[in-house]
Design a protein around this ligand. Structure first.
Ligand code: SAH
Length: 479
């Protein structure tokens, strides 16, 4: 199993610094599957190539094999393609051998990891459904993709091509760590052999980590996620949800056709303003001001903003001097990017920046990072969750994270009749899964409080109409 990476960046030997591997030395690495060798077939100022050769030990593989035995033909355990094709073993070795480069650090030349380099990668043998599949996966990432199919048996031409290809990728200007992350994720996606690729939550986390910068925009993101996680619904669905920002995960395994893409430019973003009439009233600003004022009244020092969207509440919280730390979380990577830009996080002075953690996560899965906070704001978020998942949300926030106070706001459905354009039963926003009346919200809030030992106060939010109440409503839970 052989991978080479070449650059013609000047001086090309910078590749050695970036990879933390001296071009003059052969390095050997013991890995679970066998041995890896790292060496430089060429290292001049004009052109430098690093090679990663993984020598898989098929006997060792059988010995360490934890899966069901006795599948396939008798000698299949020993006679198979594992030693030759690029598979998840290669990803494991990449992460081990080029760890610092993958994480974007370079002590000697700190600017290098961010430098866009001309890069070329060749993977000696990848299994693939065809040249078209290789293009579909790598071209959207900006590569020029070349592949050469290998015949099944050169002595029997009539048998045609095998499913093995030599893959050559060229990119005119790319960070090395991006190339490594692309290979790390896409090589196991191409390989259909499941036997040695064990899927667990840690694998899903690796996919989210290594794919964070590019997978959400990739047209084949759903196919990639499914294949990487070997179609195991218990991992695929939550991962897709985190990756795609709450968009509905679908259940078919078919690669996405052009017409089948998830990119629906007409769909409102989750945090798009609600009904236009709400916007005219400045209702959302009012809601956020009210929540910030409540957090001030509570004297909360460590605050969670759950489903933070583009960071409108965060901006207000940063202005409260007694708030020491804010952890703002959203399931949507796009919203987090927007928050980062709108809040000018990159330009913040370090003291200010340390007060804020912006992070991706879902409110439907237990997350230990959410523990130990004085207050949590959940502003206009619950109505974006399926009603059937509210029990999970309740567990995550009220049973596990248990902040000192929780402020939940949601639209008041009783008020919808004041919005002329909304016909009965229609919601204010296309992504809302439900909208509750004041009675429904109060009932839910009372139940949650009782089940988790909080006391709760439910109040109208916004100018109150004598007949239908305020446009929005808030529940303030306190321990
Ligand atoms: N609180 C923000 C945004 C409200 S819009 C504000 O008031 O401006 C709802 C937000 O909830 C969106 O940003 C959406 O991405 C997020 N969201 C939806 N489902 C989520 C989930 N399961 N976990 C975390 N955030 C979620």
């Amino acid at each position: 199993m052989l991978l080479t990476i070449t650059t013609t960046h000047q001086p090309a030997t910078d590749l050695g610094y970036l990879l933390h591997k001296n071009p003059a030395r052969l390095q050997t690495l013991d890995v679970a599957a066998g041995q890896a060798y790292i060496f430089y077939p060429e290292a001049t100022a004009e052109r430098c190539t690093v090679a990663l050769l993984l020598d898989i030990d098929p006997i060792g593989l059988v010995r360490n094999h934890r899966g069901p035995a006795g599948e396939g033909f008798a000698l299949e355990q020993y006679v198979n393609d594992r030693p030759y094709v690029a598979s998840s073993f290669l990803s494991t070795v990449l992460a081990k051998a080029f760890n610092t480069a993958m994480n974007g650090t370079c002590k000697d030349h700190p600017e290098l990891p961010e430098t866009l380099l001309p890069l070329e990668a060749t993977v000696a043998v990848v299994p693939a459904a065809g040249a078209e599949q290789l293009r579909r996966l790598f071209e959207p990432l900006g590569y020029d993709v070349e592949s050469e199919a290998h015949v099944l048996d050169p002595t029997v031409r009539a048998w045609g091509d095998s499913r093995y290809f030599t893959l050559r990728l060229r990119h005119p200007a790319l960070r090395l760590r991006d190339l490594l992350s692309h290979l790390y994720v896409l090589i196991p996606v191409l390989d259909r052999c499941d036997k040695h690729h064990w899927i667990n939550q840690a694998e899903a986390e690796k996919l989210l980590l290594r794919g964070a910068a590019w997978l959400p925009q990739h047209p084949e993101r759903e196919f990639i996620t499914r294949r990487y996680l070997r179609n195991l619904a218990q991992y695929v669905n939550p991962t897709l949800e985190r990756l795609l920002g709450g968009e509905e995960a679908r259940s078919d395994d078919a690669p996405l056709a052009a017409s089948d893409e998830l990119t629906n430019t007409d769909a409102p973003t989750a945090a798009a303003p609600n009904h236009p009439a709400e916007k005219k009233q400045g209702l959302h600003d009012l809601r956020l001001d009210e929540v910030a004022a409540e957090i001030q009244r509570l004297g909360a020092k460590r605050v969670l903003d759950l489903g933070c969207g583009e960071g409108k509440l965060v901006r207000r919280l940063l202005k409260l001097p007694h708030v020491e730390h804010i952890l703002a979380m959203d399931v949507s990577w796009q919203e987090l990017q927007r928050a980062q830009e709108r809040l000018h996080v990159a330009e913040m002075p370090p003291r200010q920046r340390e007060r804020l953690t912006l992070t991706q996560g879902s409110l439907l899965y237990h997350d230990p990072r959410l523990a130990g906070y004085d207050a949590a704001a959940v502003v206009e978020v619950i109505e974006h969750l399926d009603e059937s998942r509210l029990a999970a949300f309740e567990q995550v926030v009220f049973a596990r994270a248990r902040p000192g106070a929780v402020l939940v706001t949601t639209p008041n459905a009783d008020y919808n009749q004041r919005y002329g354009a909304l016909s009965a039963g229609e919601f204010r926003h296309a992504d809302h899964r439900f909208e509750w009346t004041q009675a429904q919200f109060a009932e839910w809030a009372d139940g949650v409080a009782e089940r988790h030992g909080y006391r709760v106060r439910v109040a109208p939010l916004g100018p109150v109409d004598a007949e239908v109440g305020a446009p929005s409503q808030i529940a303030v839970f306190q321990l």
